[in-house]
Design a protein around this ligand. Sequence first.
Ligand code: ZN
Length: 144
Amino acid sequence: MLISGQCQCGNISFNLEWLPDPTKIPAWACSCSFCQTHKGVWTSSPAAKLQVHINNLTQLSRHTFGTRTADFLVCKQCEDIPVVTSEIDGRLYAVVNVHALHDISPALLKHLWSDFDGETVEARTNRRRQNWISNVTITSPLNA
Ligand SMILES: [Zn+2]
C-alpha cells in the first residue's frame, strides 16, 4: 500500500510504502505535552519505506528536546509536524503523523495510547529500532 502525506501547506511531503498492505494502522497518541499541543499521533511499520521531500529547507525547523534522541520536523509555514526522525547507530528511523496521511480510511486506524514517560534512553532506542520505519530517505532541492 502506498500512502502519501504532507503538512498542510505541502512544504514537507512524503510517500510511505507499507508492505504488506496493512489490515490496521496503529495510531499512537503520545501523552507528552508537546504531542498533546501539536496533535502528535504517530504511526510506523518496521518494514515500511519512507521517502520525505522538503521543498524549502529554510521553512523547516527541527525540534529536539527531552532525551534529544529524536528530531521533530516542523514546517515553519503551517506549523505541522508530519515526521519525526531518530538516528540510531548511523541509521535513520522515522514515524509519521497520522494527521498528515492522505486518503486513509478511519476504519483502518487502530487508536492506541502511549505513555513513554520514565522510559530509559536504552529502552527508547530499542523500541524505535524495532518499531519505527527503518528505511528512510529525506530529499530536498539543495541536497538532491
Ligand atoms: Zn507546511
